[in-house]
Write a protein that binds this ligand. Structure first.
Ligand code: AHR
Length: 510
Protein backbone atom coordinates (compact mmCIF):
# COMPACT_ATOMS: atom_id res chain seq x y z
CA UNK A 1 0.00 0.00 0.00
CA UNK A 2 2.86 2.38 0.90
CA UNK A 3 4.41 1.70 -2.52
CA UNK A 4 1.10 2.25 -4.29
CA UNK A 5 0.66 5.64 -2.60
CA UNK A 6 4.21 6.59 -3.52
CA UNK A 7 3.68 5.54 -7.13
CA UNK A 8 0.43 7.51 -7.35
CA UNK A 9 2.13 10.61 -5.93
CA UNK A 10 4.94 10.32 -8.46
CA UNK A 11 2.55 9.92 -11.40
CA UNK A 12 0.39 12.84 -10.28
CA UNK A 13 3.28 15.20 -9.55
CA UNK A 14 4.81 14.68 -13.01
CA UNK A 15 1.86 16.22 -14.88
CA UNK A 16 0.17 18.56 -12.50
CA UNK A 17 -1.73 21.48 -13.94
CA UNK A 18 -0.79 24.53 -11.88
CA UNK A 19 -3.53 25.02 -9.24
CA UNK A 20 -3.65 28.75 -9.71
CA UNK A 21 -3.92 29.92 -13.31
CA UNK A 22 -1.21 32.28 -14.54
CA UNK A 23 -2.93 35.61 -15.27
CA UNK A 24 -1.93 37.52 -18.40
CA UNK A 25 -3.40 40.89 -19.26
CA UNK A 26 -3.20 42.14 -22.83
CA UNK A 27 -4.11 45.68 -23.74
CA UNK A 28 -4.48 47.79 -26.80
CA UNK A 29 -2.33 50.91 -26.65
CA UNK A 30 -2.32 53.33 -29.56
CA UNK A 31 1.21 54.43 -28.54
CA UNK A 32 2.72 50.97 -28.78
CA UNK A 33 5.15 50.31 -31.65
CA UNK A 34 4.87 48.25 -34.77
CA UNK A 35 6.73 44.94 -34.62
CA UNK A 36 9.20 45.30 -37.48
CA UNK A 37 8.99 42.37 -39.86
CA UNK A 38 12.79 42.47 -39.87
CA UNK A 39 12.82 40.83 -36.43
CA UNK A 40 12.08 37.65 -38.42
CA UNK A 41 15.30 37.92 -40.43
CA UNK A 42 17.86 35.24 -41.29
CA UNK A 43 21.60 34.82 -41.68
CA UNK A 44 23.62 32.76 -44.18
CA UNK A 45 27.39 32.55 -43.80
CA UNK A 46 30.07 30.75 -45.79
CA UNK A 47 30.36 28.16 -43.07
CA UNK A 48 30.21 24.36 -43.25
CA UNK A 49 27.35 23.38 -45.56
CA UNK A 50 25.31 26.58 -45.31
CA UNK A 51 26.12 28.00 -48.75
CA UNK A 52 28.04 25.30 -50.66
CA UNK A 53 26.31 21.87 -50.49
CA UNK A 54 23.38 23.58 -48.75
CA UNK A 55 21.64 26.57 -50.25
CA UNK A 56 23.78 26.62 -53.40
CA UNK A 57 24.30 23.51 -55.49
CA UNK A 58 25.64 25.27 -58.61
CA UNK A 59 24.06 26.40 -61.88
CA UNK A 60 25.27 23.26 -63.66
CA UNK A 61 23.58 20.86 -61.20
CA UNK A 62 21.18 18.60 -63.13
CA UNK A 63 20.11 16.42 -60.17
CA UNK A 64 18.73 19.02 -57.78
CA UNK A 65 16.30 21.52 -59.37
CA UNK A 66 17.65 25.04 -58.87
CA UNK A 67 17.35 28.69 -59.82
CA UNK A 68 20.74 30.23 -60.62
CA UNK A 69 22.25 27.43 -58.56
CA UNK A 70 20.02 27.86 -55.46
CA UNK A 71 17.86 24.86 -54.59
CA UNK A 72 14.21 25.34 -55.59
CA UNK A 73 12.93 23.35 -52.60
CA UNK A 74 14.73 25.75 -50.23
CA UNK A 75 13.44 28.78 -52.13
CA UNK A 76 9.86 27.46 -51.84
CA UNK A 77 10.23 26.74 -48.12
CA UNK A 78 11.71 30.19 -47.43
CA UNK A 79 8.99 31.95 -49.41
CA UNK A 80 6.42 30.39 -47.08
CA UNK A 81 8.20 32.06 -44.16
CA UNK A 82 7.98 35.55 -45.76
CA UNK A 83 11.59 36.05 -44.83
CA UNK A 84 12.03 39.82 -44.58
CA UNK A 85 15.84 40.03 -44.83
CA UNK A 86 18.93 37.91 -45.22
CA UNK A 87 22.39 38.70 -43.85
CA UNK A 88 25.47 37.53 -45.83
CA UNK A 89 28.40 36.58 -46.22
CA UNK A 90 29.23 36.36 -42.47
CA UNK A 91 29.85 36.27 -39.56
CA UNK A 92 33.55 35.87 -39.07
CA UNK A 93 33.88 34.99 -42.75
CA UNK A 94 32.82 38.55 -43.71
CA UNK A 95 36.04 40.09 -42.42
CA UNK A 96 38.10 37.82 -44.70
CA UNK A 97 35.88 38.23 -47.76
CA UNK A 98 36.83 40.41 -50.71
CA UNK A 99 33.70 40.89 -52.78
CA UNK A 100 35.52 41.65 -56.04
CA UNK A 101 36.79 38.04 -56.04
CA UNK A 102 33.17 36.87 -56.27
CA UNK A 103 31.97 38.75 -59.39
CA UNK A 104 32.74 38.34 -63.11
CA UNK A 105 33.34 35.11 -65.04
CA UNK A 106 33.37 32.22 -62.58
CA UNK A 107 36.31 30.46 -64.21
CA UNK A 108 38.50 33.52 -63.65
CA UNK A 109 37.69 33.95 -59.94
CA UNK A 110 40.45 33.34 -57.41
CA UNK A 111 39.84 30.84 -54.64
CA UNK A 112 39.52 31.72 -50.95
CA UNK A 113 40.57 29.63 -47.97
CA UNK A 114 37.85 29.77 -45.34
CA UNK A 115 40.22 30.22 -42.43
CA UNK A 116 37.60 30.52 -39.68
CA UNK A 117 35.52 27.53 -40.68
CA UNK A 118 37.47 24.38 -41.39
CA UNK A 119 40.14 25.82 -43.74
CA UNK A 120 38.19 24.66 -46.80
CA UNK A 121 39.08 26.14 -50.17
CA UNK A 122 36.10 27.80 -51.84
CA UNK A 123 35.96 28.75 -55.51
CA UNK A 124 34.03 31.99 -55.01
CA UNK A 125 31.31 30.71 -57.37
CA UNK A 126 28.58 32.05 -55.04
CA UNK A 127 29.06 35.82 -55.04
CA UNK A 128 27.29 39.16 -54.92
CA UNK A 129 25.06 38.53 -57.97
CA UNK A 130 23.89 35.13 -56.70
CA UNK A 131 23.11 36.50 -53.27
CA UNK A 132 21.30 39.66 -54.36
CA UNK A 133 19.33 37.85 -57.08
CA UNK A 134 18.29 35.25 -54.48
CA UNK A 135 17.03 38.04 -52.20
CA UNK A 136 14.96 39.40 -55.09
CA UNK A 137 13.44 35.96 -55.71
CA UNK A 138 12.61 35.65 -52.00
CA UNK A 139 11.28 39.20 -51.72
CA UNK A 140 13.76 39.73 -48.86
CA UNK A 141 15.92 42.80 -48.17
CA UNK A 142 19.61 41.95 -48.48
CA UNK A 143 21.88 42.80 -45.55
CA UNK A 144 25.52 42.89 -46.64
CA UNK A 145 28.08 42.45 -43.92
CA UNK A 146 31.21 44.30 -45.05
CA UNK A 147 34.87 43.56 -44.44
CA UNK A 148 36.47 45.97 -41.99
CA UNK A 149 38.97 43.59 -40.36
CA UNK A 150 41.03 42.91 -43.49
CA UNK A 151 39.39 45.22 -46.02
CA UNK A 152 39.55 48.91 -46.82
CA UNK A 153 37.19 51.86 -46.89
CA UNK A 154 37.61 51.98 -50.68
CA UNK A 155 36.63 48.32 -51.02
CA UNK A 156 33.44 48.96 -49.10
CA UNK A 157 32.41 52.09 -50.95
CA UNK A 158 33.11 50.34 -54.25
CA UNK A 159 30.71 47.60 -53.13
CA UNK A 160 28.04 50.21 -52.34
CA UNK A 161 28.59 51.79 -55.74
CA UNK A 162 28.53 48.40 -57.51
CA UNK A 163 25.23 47.35 -55.97
CA UNK A 164 23.42 50.69 -55.75
CA UNK A 165 24.55 53.22 -58.34
CA UNK A 166 22.15 53.85 -61.20
CA UNK A 167 24.29 56.22 -63.29
CA UNK A 168 27.63 55.93 -65.00
CA UNK A 169 30.54 55.04 -62.71
CA UNK A 170 33.39 52.52 -62.76
CA UNK A 171 31.60 50.09 -60.42
CA UNK A 172 28.12 50.52 -61.93
CA UNK A 173 29.61 49.95 -65.41
CA UNK A 174 31.37 46.82 -64.17
CA UNK A 175 28.06 45.53 -62.77
CA UNK A 176 26.45 46.02 -66.19
CA UNK A 177 29.37 44.24 -67.87
CA UNK A 178 28.71 41.36 -65.48
CA UNK A 179 25.14 41.09 -66.66
CA UNK A 180 23.10 43.22 -64.29
CA UNK A 181 21.63 46.49 -65.58
CA UNK A 182 19.55 47.84 -62.68
CA UNK A 183 21.07 48.43 -59.25
CA UNK A 184 19.79 46.17 -56.46
CA UNK A 185 19.49 49.13 -54.04
CA UNK A 186 20.89 47.45 -50.95
CA UNK A 187 19.75 49.25 -47.81
CA UNK A 188 21.37 47.33 -44.93
CA UNK A 189 25.16 47.42 -44.52
CA UNK A 190 27.08 45.98 -41.60
CA UNK A 191 30.35 47.79 -40.89
CA UNK A 192 32.43 44.81 -39.75
CA UNK A 193 31.37 41.82 -37.65
CA UNK A 194 32.35 41.04 -34.05
CA UNK A 195 35.17 43.57 -34.32
CA UNK A 196 35.95 42.81 -30.64
CA UNK A 197 36.90 39.26 -31.77
CA UNK A 198 37.23 37.56 -35.17
CA UNK A 199 36.65 40.91 -36.91
CA UNK A 200 39.91 42.42 -35.66
CA UNK A 201 40.21 42.05 -31.86
CA UNK A 202 39.66 45.80 -31.47
CA UNK A 203 38.83 47.75 -28.35
CA UNK A 204 35.46 49.51 -28.29
CA UNK A 205 37.20 52.90 -28.41
CA UNK A 206 39.36 51.99 -31.42
CA UNK A 207 36.42 50.50 -33.31
CA UNK A 208 34.25 53.57 -32.64
CA UNK A 209 36.88 55.67 -34.47
CA UNK A 210 37.27 53.17 -37.31
CA UNK A 211 33.49 52.99 -37.60
CA UNK A 212 33.22 56.78 -37.95
CA UNK A 213 35.78 56.69 -40.75
CA UNK A 214 33.97 53.94 -42.71
CA UNK A 215 30.52 55.41 -42.14
CA UNK A 216 31.61 58.81 -43.45
CA UNK A 217 32.15 57.37 -46.93
CA UNK A 218 28.91 55.40 -47.15
CA UNK A 219 26.24 57.71 -48.50
CA UNK A 220 23.37 56.55 -50.70
CA UNK A 221 24.18 57.03 -54.41
CA UNK A 222 22.36 59.92 -56.10
CA UNK A 223 19.96 59.90 -53.18
CA UNK A 224 18.38 56.70 -54.61
CA UNK A 225 18.87 54.31 -51.75
CA UNK A 226 18.42 55.00 -48.09
CA UNK A 227 21.44 53.37 -46.45
CA UNK A 228 21.32 51.79 -43.01
CA UNK A 229 24.81 51.60 -41.48
CA UNK A 230 25.00 49.00 -38.75
CA UNK A 231 27.82 49.17 -36.23
CA UNK A 232 29.34 45.86 -35.17
CA UNK A 233 27.89 45.36 -31.72
CA UNK A 234 28.48 43.84 -28.32
CA UNK A 235 28.39 40.23 -27.29
CA UNK A 236 25.91 39.34 -24.55
CA UNK A 237 26.46 41.62 -21.54
CA UNK A 238 29.31 43.77 -22.89
CA UNK A 239 27.55 47.02 -22.00
CA UNK A 240 30.78 49.02 -22.25
CA UNK A 241 30.81 48.28 -26.00
CA UNK A 242 27.33 49.72 -26.58
CA UNK A 243 28.01 52.67 -24.29
CA UNK A 244 31.23 53.54 -26.15
CA UNK A 245 29.54 53.45 -29.55
CA UNK A 246 26.54 55.48 -28.39
CA UNK A 247 28.80 58.05 -26.72
CA UNK A 248 31.37 58.41 -29.51
CA UNK A 249 29.46 58.04 -32.77
CA UNK A 250 27.13 60.88 -33.78
CA UNK A 251 23.57 59.97 -34.84
CA UNK A 252 24.03 61.06 -38.41
CA UNK A 253 26.65 58.33 -38.93
CA UNK A 254 24.89 55.31 -37.43
CA UNK A 255 21.42 53.91 -38.04
CA UNK A 256 21.76 50.77 -35.89
CA UNK A 257 23.96 49.05 -33.34
CA UNK A 258 24.19 45.26 -33.38
CA UNK A 259 24.14 42.69 -30.57
CA UNK A 260 25.08 38.99 -30.69
CA UNK A 261 23.80 36.48 -28.17
CA UNK A 262 23.79 32.71 -28.52
CA UNK A 263 22.14 30.27 -26.10
CA UNK A 264 25.40 28.54 -25.11
CA UNK A 265 25.91 27.62 -21.47
CA UNK A 266 29.57 26.56 -21.73
CA UNK A 267 31.71 27.46 -24.76
CA UNK A 268 34.16 24.61 -24.07
CA UNK A 269 31.43 21.96 -23.70
CA UNK A 270 28.23 22.95 -25.46
CA UNK A 271 26.55 19.58 -25.09
CA UNK A 272 24.75 17.44 -27.66
CA UNK A 273 22.00 18.78 -29.90
CA UNK A 274 19.67 15.80 -29.31
CA UNK A 275 20.79 13.54 -26.47
CA UNK A 276 20.76 16.22 -23.80
CA UNK A 277 19.54 15.57 -20.27
CA UNK A 278 17.32 17.63 -17.94
CA UNK A 279 20.27 19.54 -16.53
CA UNK A 280 21.49 20.61 -19.96
CA UNK A 281 17.94 21.59 -20.94
CA UNK A 282 17.68 23.78 -17.86
CA UNK A 283 21.04 25.45 -18.56
CA UNK A 284 20.11 26.08 -22.20
CA UNK A 285 16.86 27.76 -21.18
CA UNK A 286 18.58 29.76 -18.46
CA UNK A 287 20.95 31.08 -21.12
CA UNK A 288 18.21 31.68 -23.73
CA UNK A 289 16.11 33.69 -21.26
CA UNK A 290 19.06 36.00 -20.59
CA UNK A 291 18.23 37.63 -23.91
CA UNK A 292 15.52 39.56 -22.03
CA UNK A 293 18.06 40.98 -19.58
CA UNK A 294 20.68 41.78 -22.24
CA UNK A 295 18.23 43.51 -24.57
CA UNK A 296 16.71 45.49 -21.68
CA UNK A 297 20.09 46.73 -20.44
CA UNK A 298 21.53 47.56 -23.87
CA UNK A 299 18.33 49.51 -24.58
CA UNK A 300 18.66 51.41 -21.29
CA UNK A 301 22.09 52.60 -22.42
CA UNK A 302 20.78 53.54 -25.86
CA UNK A 303 17.88 55.44 -24.27
CA UNK A 304 20.35 57.46 -22.22
CA UNK A 305 22.28 58.67 -25.30
CA UNK A 306 19.44 58.57 -27.81
CA UNK A 307 16.16 59.46 -26.08
CA UNK A 308 14.54 60.13 -29.45
CA UNK A 309 14.99 56.48 -30.48
CA UNK A 310 16.88 57.28 -33.69
CA UNK A 311 19.38 54.41 -33.53
CA UNK A 312 17.93 50.89 -33.70
CA UNK A 313 19.15 47.75 -31.95
CA UNK A 314 19.73 44.86 -34.40
CA UNK A 315 20.27 41.45 -32.78
CA UNK A 316 21.89 40.21 -35.96
CA UNK A 317 23.03 36.82 -34.58
CA UNK A 318 21.04 34.70 -32.14
CA UNK A 319 20.09 31.05 -31.61
CA UNK A 320 21.00 27.82 -29.82
CA UNK A 321 24.56 26.52 -30.29
CA UNK A 322 25.52 22.92 -29.44
CA UNK A 323 28.23 20.43 -30.39
CA UNK A 324 28.23 19.64 -34.11
CA UNK A 325 27.00 16.23 -35.27
CA UNK A 326 30.19 14.20 -35.69
CA UNK A 327 28.98 11.96 -38.51
CA UNK A 328 28.33 14.70 -41.08
CA UNK A 329 31.08 15.37 -43.61
CA UNK A 330 32.09 19.05 -43.67
CA UNK A 331 29.43 19.53 -41.00
CA UNK A 332 31.10 22.47 -39.28
CA UNK A 333 28.50 23.75 -36.79
CA UNK A 334 25.89 21.37 -38.23
CA UNK A 335 23.44 20.47 -35.46
CA UNK A 336 20.01 18.87 -35.10
CA UNK A 337 17.04 20.86 -33.89
CA UNK A 338 14.57 19.67 -31.23
CA UNK A 339 11.72 20.88 -29.03
CA UNK A 340 14.40 22.63 -26.94
CA UNK A 341 14.98 24.85 -30.02
CA UNK A 342 11.24 25.52 -30.20
CA UNK A 343 11.40 26.77 -26.61
CA UNK A 344 14.45 28.95 -27.36
CA UNK A 345 12.99 30.46 -30.54
CA UNK A 346 9.56 31.08 -29.02
CA UNK A 347 10.82 32.82 -25.89
CA UNK A 348 13.50 34.88 -27.66
CA UNK A 349 11.10 36.06 -30.38
CA UNK A 350 8.61 37.07 -27.67
CA UNK A 351 11.38 39.18 -26.11
CA UNK A 352 12.11 40.87 -29.45
CA UNK A 353 8.41 41.56 -30.08
CA UNK A 354 7.99 43.05 -26.61
CA UNK A 355 10.99 45.36 -27.19
CA UNK A 356 9.88 46.33 -30.69
CA UNK A 357 10.30 50.03 -29.98
CA UNK A 358 14.10 49.68 -30.20
CA UNK A 359 14.69 46.17 -31.61
CA UNK A 360 14.08 46.64 -35.32
CA UNK A 361 15.90 43.65 -36.73
CA UNK A 362 17.11 40.21 -35.67
CA UNK A 363 18.81 37.41 -37.61
CA UNK A 364 18.50 33.79 -36.63
CA UNK A 365 21.83 31.96 -36.93
CA UNK A 366 21.82 30.34 -39.40
CA UNK A 367 19.42 29.53 -42.21
CA UNK A 368 20.62 26.20 -43.65
CA UNK A 369 22.68 23.39 -42.05
CA UNK A 370 24.35 25.63 -39.44
CA UNK A 371 23.45 26.16 -35.74
CA UNK A 372 19.70 26.72 -35.15
CA UNK A 373 18.86 26.21 -38.82
CA UNK A 374 15.34 26.31 -40.22
CA UNK A 375 16.37 23.93 -43.00
CA UNK A 376 18.63 20.86 -43.10
CA UNK A 377 19.78 19.14 -46.28
CA UNK A 378 21.33 15.81 -47.13
CA UNK A 379 22.22 15.61 -50.81
CA UNK A 380 18.87 15.79 -52.67
CA UNK A 381 16.80 15.63 -49.45
CA UNK A 382 15.61 18.66 -47.50
CA UNK A 383 13.72 18.93 -44.20
CA UNK A 384 12.11 21.73 -42.22
CA UNK A 385 13.22 21.79 -38.59
CA UNK A 386 10.98 22.51 -35.57
CA UNK A 387 12.44 26.05 -35.58
CA UNK A 388 11.16 26.48 -39.15
CA UNK A 389 7.66 25.87 -37.81
CA UNK A 390 8.11 28.46 -35.04
CA UNK A 391 9.11 31.06 -37.63
CA UNK A 392 6.10 30.08 -39.71
CA UNK A 393 3.68 30.31 -36.77
CA UNK A 394 5.14 33.64 -35.59
CA UNK A 395 5.13 35.35 -39.00
CA UNK A 396 1.68 36.73 -38.12
CA UNK A 397 3.48 39.28 -35.93
CA UNK A 398 5.41 40.78 -38.85
CA UNK A 399 4.57 44.52 -39.09
CA UNK A 400 1.62 44.11 -36.68
CA UNK A 401 1.10 46.52 -33.79
CA UNK A 402 2.43 45.29 -30.46
CA UNK A 403 -0.20 44.72 -27.76
CA UNK A 404 1.59 45.17 -24.43
CA UNK A 405 1.13 42.21 -22.09
CA UNK A 406 1.77 41.62 -18.40
CA UNK A 407 2.07 38.30 -16.57
CA UNK A 408 1.00 37.87 -12.95
CA UNK A 409 1.77 34.82 -10.85
CA UNK A 410 4.05 33.19 -13.40
CA UNK A 411 5.11 29.62 -12.59
CA UNK A 412 8.71 28.77 -11.85
CA UNK A 413 10.83 26.09 -13.47
CA UNK A 414 13.85 25.90 -11.15
CA UNK A 415 13.70 29.67 -10.74
CA UNK A 416 13.02 30.45 -14.42
CA UNK A 417 9.68 31.96 -15.46
CA UNK A 418 7.72 29.18 -17.16
CA UNK A 419 5.38 31.19 -19.38
CA UNK A 420 6.45 33.68 -22.03
CA UNK A 421 4.05 35.75 -24.11
CA UNK A 422 3.78 38.42 -26.77
CA UNK A 423 0.75 39.70 -28.65
CA UNK A 424 -0.06 41.89 -31.63
CA UNK A 425 -2.90 43.21 -33.78
CA UNK A 426 -2.46 43.02 -37.55
CA UNK A 427 -3.71 45.40 -40.22
CA UNK A 428 -6.94 43.43 -40.68
CA UNK A 429 -7.72 43.66 -36.96
CA UNK A 430 -6.81 40.05 -36.09
CA UNK A 431 -5.18 39.50 -32.70
CA UNK A 432 -2.29 37.03 -32.35
CA UNK A 433 -0.97 35.79 -29.03
CA UNK A 434 2.15 33.62 -28.89
CA UNK A 435 2.60 31.61 -25.69
CA UNK A 436 5.43 29.31 -24.58
CA UNK A 437 5.51 26.97 -21.60
CA UNK A 438 9.16 25.97 -21.02
CA UNK A 439 8.37 23.68 -18.07
CA UNK A 440 9.59 20.25 -19.20
CA UNK A 441 6.94 18.33 -17.22
CA UNK A 442 4.04 20.45 -16.04
CA UNK A 443 1.06 21.70 -18.00
CA UNK A 444 0.16 25.26 -17.00
CA UNK A 445 -3.31 26.82 -16.83
CA UNK A 446 -3.40 30.35 -18.18
CA UNK A 447 -6.09 33.03 -18.22
CA UNK A 448 -5.83 35.88 -20.71
CA UNK A 449 -7.65 39.06 -19.82
CA UNK A 450 -8.15 41.51 -22.68
CA UNK A 451 -10.49 44.22 -21.41
CA UNK A 452 -10.32 46.55 -24.41
CA UNK A 453 -10.13 43.97 -27.20
CA UNK A 454 -13.28 42.74 -28.84
CA UNK A 455 -12.72 39.08 -29.70
CA UNK A 456 -15.63 36.92 -30.84
CA UNK A 457 -13.85 33.84 -32.06
CA UNK A 458 -10.58 32.12 -31.17
CA UNK A 459 -8.51 29.45 -32.89
CA UNK A 460 -4.93 28.31 -32.59
CA UNK A 461 -2.01 26.09 -33.42
CA UNK A 462 0.29 24.16 -31.12
CA UNK A 463 3.87 22.95 -31.64
CA UNK A 464 5.07 20.26 -29.25
CA UNK A 465 5.98 16.58 -29.04
CA UNK A 466 6.20 13.85 -26.42
CA UNK A 467 9.84 14.40 -25.62
CA UNK A 468 12.02 17.47 -25.51
CA UNK A 469 14.53 15.60 -27.66
CA UNK A 470 12.07 14.93 -30.50
CA UNK A 471 13.14 16.27 -33.87
CA UNK A 472 12.59 15.92 -37.62
CA UNK A 473 14.95 13.63 -39.50
CA UNK A 474 15.42 12.71 -43.14
CA UNK A 475 13.59 9.43 -42.38
CA UNK A 476 10.84 11.06 -40.33
CA UNK A 477 10.58 14.69 -41.54
CA UNK A 478 7.20 15.43 -39.94
CA UNK A 479 7.68 14.16 -36.40
CA UNK A 480 7.40 17.74 -35.09
CA UNK A 481 4.87 19.85 -36.97
CA UNK A 482 2.18 22.32 -35.85
CA UNK A 483 -1.27 20.93 -35.08
CA UNK A 484 -4.62 22.59 -34.60
CA UNK A 485 -5.24 23.71 -30.99
CA UNK A 486 -8.93 23.74 -30.06
CA UNK A 487 -8.74 23.96 -26.28
CA UNK A 488 -8.81 27.72 -25.77
CA UNK A 489 -12.15 28.81 -24.25
CA UNK A 490 -13.48 32.31 -24.81
CA UNK A 491 -15.84 33.68 -22.15
CA UNK A 492 -16.75 37.29 -21.36
CA UNK A 493 -13.65 38.76 -22.99
CA UNK A 494 -11.32 36.28 -21.27
CA UNK A 495 -9.54 33.30 -22.79
CA UNK A 496 -8.63 30.32 -20.67
CA UNK A 497 -6.43 27.44 -21.77
CA UNK A 498 -3.95 24.92 -20.46
CA UNK A 499 -0.55 25.00 -22.14
CA UNK A 500 0.93 21.49 -22.16
CA UNK A 501 4.48 21.01 -20.88
CA UNK A 502 7.21 22.17 -23.33
CA UNK A 503 4.72 23.57 -25.84
CA UNK A 504 4.33 26.64 -27.99
CA UNK A 505 0.90 27.95 -28.96
CA UNK A 506 -0.15 30.78 -31.26
CA UNK A 507 -3.75 31.90 -30.87
CA UNK A 508 -5.68 33.95 -33.39
CA UNK A 509 -8.60 36.05 -32.20
CA UNK A 510 -11.13 37.72 -34.49
O1 AHR B 1 27.34 32.13 -36.47
C1 AHR B 1 28.60 31.58 -36.24
C2 AHR B 1 29.61 32.62 -35.80
O2 AHR B 1 29.24 33.11 -34.55
C3 AHR B 1 29.73 33.86 -36.64
O3 AHR B 1 30.57 33.68 -37.73
C4 AHR B 1 30.30 34.86 -35.69
O4 AHR B 1 29.91 36.18 -36.00
C5 AHR B 1 29.79 34.41 -34.33
O5 AHR B 1 30.78 34.33 -33.41
Amino acid sequence: MRYLTLLLTMILSSHIVAQQAVMISINEDSQSPQISRHIYGHFAEHLGRCIYEGLYVGEENKTIPNTEGVRNDIIAALKELNIPNLRWPGGCFADTYHWKDGVGPKEERPTIVNRWWGGTTEDNSFGTHNFLNLCEVLGAEPYLSANVGSGTVQELIDWVQYTNHDGVSPMADWRRENGREAPWKVKYWGVGNETWGCGGNMTAEYYADIYRQYATFMPGWSGETEIYRIASGASEDDYHWTETLMKNVPYHLMEAVALHDYAVFDWSDKGPSVNFDDEIYFKSMEQALKMEEYVTKHIEIMDKYDPENKVALFVDEWGGWYDAEPEVKNGVLYQQNTIRDVMIAGTVLNTFNNHAKRVKMANLAQMVNVLQAVILTDKEKMIKTPTYHVMHMYKVHQDAQLLPSKIDGNGQFRGLPTISVSASKDKTGKIHISLVNIDPENDIAVELDMPNLDIKDIEGQILTSDKLQDHNSFDNPEKVIPKEFKDAKLRKGKISLTIPAHSLIVLEGK
